[in-house]
Design a protein around this ligand. Structure first.
Ligand code: AMP
Ligand code: ZN
Length: 323
């Protein structure tokens, strides 16, 4: 048995397929291969990458070529129109023309044309990536697939060039497929989103009143309730006018959640008698909502503040606290 065989069979400890792929590539390339060739070999096993380019094929290039009547689609196949009437010379000439176009474009744009694929992973610091993945609990925050099934990427919710902030609230962990889908629609989606996030209602007190803010981030504000149920009762609202919890976007939920953590920590630090919290949203009049701008109530609770706290928010229906 050769040393190599011995290594492969007995010593190679694998956390991925990389080692055997690389050794196989070297074996099939007369013992020597460029790092790019090895990387390309690994890539052939990565179905998530292929899936990304399947999306590109269907949603972008396939659509364009179909609209120009160059190709037709038949289920999962693309068919070049009138291919059968092309002479071998015409086929060869068109191949040459394509190659020339590819070369011309590559020369003009260089590696920059792949920047959109590169950027995301580079721009995000390791610690933010870690925090976002931790918050996502190992699952895509759009479709819920686990990281074991599909690699997760950390991605800006609102792109930086449209004013998206560089904080954990503006990031989400997306699987390869959701991220690819999102990127294909980036332009249209985000122009709408930008308008959406600037929405105010001039008749709404939470849109117009200038609060003394306890905390603030890009999308949400925390301030003290003017008519507190208990001391330090705090409200957290999205900056955008929307009426209930159910209208919040994922980015606003993240922003609200992260202010809630800060508010909680500050209250505990300020007042050692606080032993717990009731946190809640009233949604719609039937549920008692009086201000039509979504707000999270954070109500600090202290031992003995009511005779019998059992049931907490269950007491919104009097007498139903206990079950
Ligand atoms: P809800 O009944 O859930 O709509 O709660 C509205 C909350 O907004 C109440 O807790 C009020 O005390 C509070 N609130 C109303 N007006 C103001 C204001 N101008 N500033 C701060 N809090 C307010
Ligand atoms: Zn409002």
């Amino acid at each position: 048995m050769s040393d190599l065989e011995h290594f492969i069979q007995n010593k190679m400890s694998m956390s991925h397929i990389y080692q055997p792929v690389m050794i196989k590539k070297l074996l099939t390339s007369l013992g020597k291969a460029h790092k790019t060739e090895i990387a390309q070999e690994i890539l052939t096993y990565d179905s998530s990458q292929v899936e990304y380019y399947e999306k590109v094929t269907n949603n972008m290039v396939g659509r364009v070529l179909r609209s120009h009547h160059i190709v037709e689609k038949e289920k999962n196949h693309y068919i070049l129109k009138d291919f059968e009437v092309l002479s071998p010379e015409e086929v060869a000439k068109s191949i040459k023309l394509c190659e020339a176009k590819i070369e011309e474009f590559t020369e003009k744009r260089g590696v920059a044309m792949w920047e959109h694929r590169r950027k995301n992973r580079k721009a995000i610091s390791g610690s933010i990536r870690y925090e976002v993945l931790k918050r996502a609990l190992g699952r895509c925050e759009l479709c819920g697939i686990s990281k074991e099934e599909k690699a997760l990427e950390v991605d800006h919710i609102i792109p930086k060039n449209l004013g998206g902030e560089d904080s954990i609230n503006n990031y989400q962990a997306l699987c390869y497929t959701c991220n690819a889908n999102k990127r294909d629609t980036d332009n249209t989606d985000f122009r709408e989103l930008e308008d959406l996030y600037n929405m105010k209602d001039s008749t709404c007190i939470f849109c117009s009143v200038n609060f003394e803010k306890v905390f603030e981030n890009n999308l949400a504000i925390a301030f003290l309730d003017k008519y507190p149920v208990t001391n330090l009762h705090t409200l957290i609202i999205p900056k955008r006018h929307c009426s209930t919890f159910f209208d919040l976007t994922q980015a606003e939920l993240n922003a609200t959640y992260s202010l809630a953590q800060k508010v909680k920590e500050q209250i505990i630090a300020k007042d050692s008698s606080v032993g717990g919290f009731n946190i809640g949203f009233n949604a719609e009049e039937a549920a008692g909502q009086t201000v039509n701008h979504c707000h999270m109530h954070i109500i600090p609770r202290r031992k003995g503040d009511v005779e019998n706290p059992i049931g907490g928010i269950r007491n919104i229906i009097p007498g139903k606290g206990q079950y």
